[in-house]
Design a protein around this ligand. Structure first.
Ligand SMILES: *[C@@H]1O[C@H](CO)[C@@H](O)[C@H](O)[C@H]1NC(C)=O
Ligand SMILES: *[C@@H]1O[C@H](CO)[C@@H](O)[C@H](O)[C@H]1NC(C)=O
Ligand SMILES: *[C@@H]1O[C@H](CO)[C@@H](O)[C@H](O)[C@H]1NC(C)=O
Ligand SMILES: [Zn+2]
Length: 504
């Protein structure tokens, strides 16, 4: 029996290797864009896959939810072209790893009171299963912005809590502050997303409001997370304490040192403040882990320092978090946010936005490697889009950061990537767009041109995509309201309102 298993394993391994090294086209020949039979074969292979696809109706023991903040569809297209071009190919034909998942859906992202949403209102939708208002978190549409008295009766619970109630081990990772809007959707109820460290003293009835860091540390479900990693140390430290690493002072006005309190409370937990701590951490021997690797948001991947005082990458954090959560006998729920795609877009800085996207793709690769789609549901989606577009008629394989053409109106060249609004507008002395000839538009710090000058580029209001693989991934189909996501995950993993839906 053992011999047979070994033989089968070797057979599968070698077959996979052959398939991987050989092109899927006749006799290992490279795909030829000008050969119609190659296009026909490519399409037929996809049809074969589609007709042999078996719906997976196993229980999703584990759920890994990847959220690319601001990862609109244009971001996906541009990143995949960049990925292909880094491999020396034209680029358009490439795929990001999750873009080959069989099941996809389009998601309507508007908030109850906003046509174009923010990360607070959208996190409320996809994590609690109910849409809420812009800039509020974990509260239904009846709560009012900045109004502490409007909280009562409007609190929502999230998929994090439902998963904990079902006995799953849970945690989250973000490249932003762990108290930022998106991760806060997992554990907080607040009328103002900015109240991360304190409620301002002039707010009426501030006694019935609780800041986001405090909710994470003190309340269910935040305090029950096995693993929490990201940035935002200053939000956990009091004003009279100086952060050792940065020399900056804490932001809390209540005098509390929440990191110290966490260490006292979680005797068998580990607190980590830098890459050295992270590398020493053995996730298999730890019950609780809190990693606050930055005073504020973590660094962009391209700016990240790899020294001992530096920060781990999103892929490194993903590997150790999965290692740790895999110990849970009833499975786990892990939320992972690539949060800085959004920040780079707000700056109209395509280089960092696309590199953040590719850094998150590496984390998805880790998750795919470490889990089995028989019992693990992986979903990848965005909270909202941005105003970046890919336009003009650049030739096939034109560098994605390059020039697409020249305007016959202002006679200036224009790049393929541009934004509808934001800080990159750069109007020259002549009152027209700056002349980009001779400028390296693929530079790390280049800001793309925009139509409307704004200090910070805004979100985009069109639908986002969702990709799913694993048990019940076929629940993700068609065009859905964003709150559907939490319900579909609950159904697939038998938590929340669906405790027995998949008892087979
Ligand atoms: C900071 O202030 C708190 C209370 O206001 C006090 O208990 C604590 O000792 C102070 N810490 C430092 C380092 O001064
Ligand atoms: C833009 O700059 C290039 C190179 O410096 C120059 O050849 C071209 O004439 C400029 N375009 C305009 C409209 O001034
Ligand atoms: C504006 O564009 C000009 C010419 O392309 C360039 O030299 C300059 O650095 C740009 N300014 C900013 C703030 O990006
Ligand atoms: Zn944003």
């Amino acid at each position: 029996m053992e011999k047979l298993v070994q033989f089968i394993a070797i057979y599968i391994l070698t077959t996979c290797l052959v398939v991987q090294t050989k092109s899927p086209f006749r006799n290992g020949k490279e795909f030829d864009d000008k050969d119609p039979s190659d296009w026909n074969t490519l399409a037929q292979n996809q049809i074969t896959k589609a007709i042999h696809f078996n719906q997976n109706i196993n229980k999703a023991k584990n759920v890994i939810f990847f959220l690319g903040d601001g990862m609109g569809i244009a971001t996906l297209t541009a990143s995949r072209i960049l990925k292909g071009q880094k491999q020396g190919k034209p680029g358009e034909e490439a795929y990001l790893n999750f873009e080959t998942f069989h099941n996809t859906a389009l998601i309507k992202t508007y908030n109850v009171d906003s046509q174009v949403p923010d990360s607070a209102g959208t996190a409320t939708a996809f994590l609690t299963g109910v849409k809420g208002n812009i800039r509020l978190i974990g509260l239904d549409g009846g709560a009012k912005y900045g109004n502490c008295e409007s909280i009562s009766g409007h609190e929502l619970s999230s998929i994090l809590e439902w998963s904990q109630n079902a006995g799953k081990h849970t945690g989250f990772i973000t490249t932003t502050r762990v108290t930022h809007a998106t991760p806060a959707g997992l554990y907080a109820n607040t009328v103002n997303r900015d109240w991360e460290a304190s409620i301002p003293l002039n707010i009426a009835h501030r006694e019935v409001c609780k800041d986001i860091a405090l909710q994470l540390m003190e309340d269910i479900p935040g305090k029950n997370c096995k693993v929490i990693m990201g940035g935002g140390r200053l939000y956990f430290l009091p004003e009279n304490v100086t952060d050792e690493n940065s020399g900056k002072r804490g932001l809390r006005i209540d005098g509390r040192n929440l990191i110290k309190e966490w260490q006292t409370d979680k005797k068998d937990g580990i607190y980590m403040g830098d890459l050295e701590d992270f590398q020493k951490w053995n996730p298999e021997e730890t019950k609780y882990a809190l990693g606050l690797f930055g005073v504020d948001h973590l660094d962009y991947e391209v700016d990240r320092k790899n020294d001992s005082k530096g920060q781990p990458s999103i892929a490194q954090m993903t590997r150790k978090a999965i290692k740790m959560l895999q110990k849970g006998p009833n499975g786990f729920f892990l939320f992972i946010e690539g949060g800085k795609i959004d920040h780079a877009h707000h700056a109209t800085n395509p280089y960092r936005a696309l590199e953040e996207m590719l850094a998150m793709e590496k984390a998805i690769e880790v998750a795919l490697d470490m889990t089995n789609s028989k019992d693990t549901l992986i979903i990848v989606t965005a909270d909202h889009s941005h105003t970046m577009t890919i336009s003009g008629y650049p030739a096939r394989g034109n560098p994605i950061y390059g020039v697409a053409g020249t305007s016959e109106i202002d006679l200036e060249p224009y790049t393929t990537i541009s934004y509808a609004n934001g800080p990159g507008y750069n109007i020259s002395d002549k009152g027209i767009r700056a002349n980009v000839s001779g400028i390296d538009t693929g530079d790390k710090n280049y800001l793309s041109q925009t139509t409307v000058p704004l200090g910070s580029e805004t979100h985009g209001g069109e639908d986002v995509a969702l990709y799913a693989k694993g048990p019940w991934s076929h629940l993700f189909h068609g065009l859905q309201e964003q709150n559907y996501i939490a319900h579909a995950i609950a159904y697939a993993s038998c938590v929340g309102n669906f405790p027995t839906a998949c008892n087979n």
